[in-house]
Design a protein around this ligand. Structure first.
Ligand SMILES: Nc1ncnc2c1ncn2[C@@H]1O[C@H](COP(=O)(O)OP(=O)(O)OP(=O)(O)O)[C@@H](O)[C@H]1O
Length: 255
């Protein structure tokens, strides 16, 4: 975790009509880290993720990813940058008419030099890296459990060997055993693939298990960033309640 941040957001403002979601928001994702992005419901975690990957319009500020200003890119330059990150959306966002392997092949189709066999083989590799059994390649999303769909979404996010992985609430809706396994997978993949990970979550267990740093969204900006230990010292009502509340104590095992 060193050098220039892979994501640098400065002075970001996003709004829907008169509803301002972010105002003068700054955020860095450092190379190689897993950053947990937390905040109350509706504080704009998903909108921030979507703004960084260029899916949400912004009113002011700059978003730099891997040294490039997102807003200044178009056409081939933009597509080339987009291939350097992968996004796992909350519900997996899979194509229901395609099998798991075909879903993972979709981003690989951006690489024209791949033969059909190479593309299929790479997709199967990603499916297995996401911890799915071989037979899942031929399953349709509707055949899968919620946890398996998330893994399929992860496989697709990994398709193009990204440098940055965006995860939107990866453990939401998973049972505790499935969530713990997913937490471990995120860390294993980060270590094995040298990923930098932007992880939106409400899950305190995930923060403890995975995250090197935490960024708290409140009052339309990143209120504070730091380690989990740092969070315990922050004097703000929401941050205090979140990191000292009963669920926080359960996640650390301390009463
Ligand atoms: N397309 C949209 N049009 C209008 N308002 C939107 C749109 N997308 C998001 N919002 C609003 O922006 C705010 C932030 O939404 P966002 O989904 O980023 O919150 P969040 O922090 O991810 O919440 P949660 O933890 O509940 O998922 C919310 O008030 C939401 O209603």
């Amino acid at each position: 975790m060193s050098g220039d941040p892979v994501i640098r957001v400065r002075g970001l403002r996003t709004a829907f009509g008169s509803h301002v979601v972010h105002d003068d928001l700054d955020l860095d994702l450092r190379r190689g880290e897993i950053l947990g992005v937390v905040g109350g419901s509706g504080t704009g975690k998903s909108v921030l993720l979507r703004a960084i990957v260029g899916l949400e319009a912004t009113q002011a500020g700059s978003i730099e990813v891997l040294g490039r200003q997102i807003g200044a890119l178009s056409g081939d330059d933009r597509r080339a940058l987009e291939q350097r990150w992968g996004v796992m959306f909350q519900d997996g966002a899979l194509f229901s008419a395609l099998t798991v392997r075909e879903n993972v092949e979709v981003p690989l189709r951006a690489v024209p030099s791949l033969t059909d066999a190479q593309r299929e083989g790479l997709a199967e590799l990603k499916v297995s890296m996401a911890g799915l059994p071989w037979k899942a390649n031929a399953d349709f999303p509707a055949d899968l459990s919620g946890g398996m769909r998330k893994r399929a979404g992860l496989a697709r996010a990994l398709a193009l060997d990204p440098e940055i992985l965006f995860l939107d609430e990866p453990t939401a809706g998973l049972d505790p055993i499935g969530a713990t396994a997913f937490d471990r997978l995120i860390v294993t993949l980060r270590d094995a693939l040298n990923l930098s990970v932007f992880l939106v979550t409400h899950d305190l267990d995930t923060l403890h298990a995975c995250c090197d740093r935490v960024a708290v969204l409140a009052e339309r900006r990143v209120l504070t960033t730091g380690t989990m230990a740092d969070m315990l010292t922050v004097d703000h009502p929401w941050v205090h309640e979140y990191f000292h509340g009963p669920r926080a104590r359960a996640a650390t095992g301390k009463e």
